[in-house]
Every structure is written in C-alpha cells, then in structure tokens.
Ligand binder design. Structure first.
Ligand code: ADP
Length: 316
C-alpha cells in the first residue's frame, strides 16, 4: 500500500515525532510512504516527497513540523478537494494520515468521501479535540507557559504587582487551566470558567490592603483585552497590574518527552489501523491507552468540562 502523511493548521511541537513514527511504522509494514509539503496546499499543488528511514532521522528533538504546514480555506470547496484527490490517486496513494486540529479533520473527512482512506492525529497545542485526553504539543506549550509565569512571578513580586498572562487556547481553556495550577494563579479565566471582573477587583483590593507582594491571573486568548483589564484593575483596586501576551512563543521549542512519546504512539497506531483496513477515524489517548473514533463522533461535539476546575475553589 502507498500512504501519505501531512501536517495541517497550527503547528505543534511533537508533530515531527508523529511523522517519524508514521514513516517508520509504514516501512515496518512494507508500505511506501510520502510526505506532503505544507498541508492541504501541497496536496493541491502535488508537492510530495518519498520518505525513507533516514529521511526522518534526528527529528525527535525538533519543534515545528519539517513537512511544513499551511492554511488553505479553499479546501472547503469540493472542486479543490477533487484536484487533491486526483493527485493522490495518480501516484497510487490510497491512504492519508492528517496531523492537525479539528479544521484539518474536516478536510480529512471530506477527502474520505472522495475515496481516500483518511486517519486523523490530533496535533495542536490547544488540547481542544474531543475524543482524546491530550493532543500532541499541549505539554510542550504548557511547559513554556509555566516557565514564563515563573519568570513573571519573580518580577511581579519585586515590584508588588499583579501579572496578567494571556495564553493560547481558542475554544479550550486547558492551557490556562493547567498553567494556572502549576503557577499558583489567583484567577484562571477561560471560556469554560468566565470570571466576573468585579470579583477580581475586590480580591486585588484585599491584596493591596494586606500588602501581598504579587498575584497571577492567567487568561485564555479572546476573553478580554488584557491590557485594558490590567489598567482597570490598577485603577479600581490600587494594586498595580501589567499584562503579558505570550503569543507565538507558545508554539515553538523542543518537544518535551510527553509529546515525543505521544507523537510516536499516535503515529505508529495510525499506521496499525491502516494495516487493518480501518480508516475514517481519528486517533486519541484515553486513560493512557490508544483509541480511535470515527471523525463524525468527534467533530461538532462539546468537550466535557475539565475535571480540574473544582480544584480551583479549594486551592487558588
Ligand atoms: P486546525 O486544523 O489547527 O483546526 P484550521 O481550522 O485552520 O486548523 O484548519 C486547517 C485547514 O483544514 C484549513 O486551512 C483548510 O484547508 C482545512 N479545513 C478546515 N475546515 C474545513 C472544512 N470544513 N472542509 C474542508 N477543509 C477544511
């Protein structure tokens, strides 16, 4: 069998480990494996390279994705997908492994309807995919954020300030939640855990009155304008506040061991599924075990609220 692998949407550390595992497991089964450059864009433009054992050596330590990734909104158009599908079929490639987020899964589901055997692997730092406890890249991004919060705490303590830290996450607050717990945040504001500004201001007034040295607030992107929030807190409570938007730094860096292992397991498992002629599904990890679920059971479903939220009332 000939199979192809691509990375799509936002990059995430550990994607390279997943590509490497796809290639090595494919060779193990005697499959020929192609890497598609720059996601669905490369598929449309027929840019693919044959990968061998050595082509994926030395990748485990590298962040990003060596195949490149891109966004191609036109892929929602069936005529565009037909060209991509024709490019695969002309090379005799019958299966495609897509490493990305839920937008990428939608593309894979649609390609499946044109006869390509697709498997999805969750690669996104946001941890926002239903059907998996963790996505590839989440733990590395978390490590980066916790390091940043630790550093911000040093300076905010010296100046007696509140640090507001904005992190990525789009529709999921997991990065803010886990990082906030690791960094001892006073408040964690996420789409699943919105917090009233008044409550924050009251607490910061108390901090000012009791001469506390520092406070940390972690916020998921798109909840507030954090610079305005800092100004409001400073003016209303008297406790000086500063905002830091961590931005794209959260996407980069050497993958931590958890992401290397997760990428390796998921990449290999995806090929196991194809070897058993199972497709039209995405891979996940649940209670430390590999699972797979049909795309349709994962897309447009709501992730249950994280079990860690009740902890915040007790330990914040
Ligand atoms: P992510 O995969 O990280 O969620 P995006 O939402 O940007 O990132 O999706 C990545 C790519 O997947 C898009 O640029 C597009 O090419 C493709 N895609 C997204 N949604 C669809 C859709 N509904 N149908 C087909 N392809 C899609």
């Amino acid at each position: 069998m000939k199979i192809a692998v691509l990375t799509s949407g936002g990059d995430a550390p550990g994607m390279n480990a997943a590509i490497r595992a796809v290639v090595r497991a494919s060779l193990h089964y005697g499959f020929e494996v192609y890497g598609v450059l720059d996601g669905y864009k490369g598929l449309l433009e027929d840019r693919m390279i044959l990968l061998n054992h050595d082509a994926v050596s030395g990748l485990l330590t590298k962040g990003g994705t060596f195949l490149g990734t891109a966004r191609l909104p036109e892929f929602k158009d069936e005529a565009v997908r037909e060209v991509a599908c024709k490019n695969l079929k002309e090379r005799g490639i019958e299966a495609l492994i897509v490493i990305g987020g839920d937008g990428s899964y939608r593309g894979a589901l649609a390609l499946g309807k044109l006869g390509i055997k697709c498997i999805g692997i969750p690669g996104t730092i946001d941890n926002d995919i239903v059907g998996t406890d963790f996505t590839i890249g989440f733990n590395t991004a978390l490590t980066t954020i916790v390091d940043a919060i630790d550093k911000l705490r040093d300076t905010s303590t010296s100046h007696q300030r509140c640090s507001i830290v904005e992190v990525m996450g789009r529709r999921s607050g997991d990065l803010a939640l886990y990082a906030g717990i690791c960094g001892g945040a006073e408040f964690i504001i996420t789409p699943e855990n919105p917090i009233n500004k008044k409550k924050i201001i009251e607490r910061m007034k108390e901090f000012k009155e009791t001469n506390r040295r520092h406070a940390i607030i972690v916020v998921t992107e798109n909840q507030f304008n954090v610079h305005e929030l800092a100004k409001e807190i400073t003016e209303a409570s008297g406790f000086a506040s500063r905002a830091t938007v961590l931005g794209y730094i959260q996407r980069g860096g050497q993958p931590v061991p958890e992401d290397r292992i997760l990428g390796s397991r998921m990449g290999s498992y995806a090929v196991d599924l194809l070897s058993q002629n199972i497709y039209g599904c995405c891979v996940g990890i649940r209670d430390s075990r590999m699972i797979h679920l049909p795309f349709v059971n994962v897309l447009d479903q709501e992730r249950p609220k994280n079990d860690l939220y009740p902890l915040l009332d007790k330990i914040s």
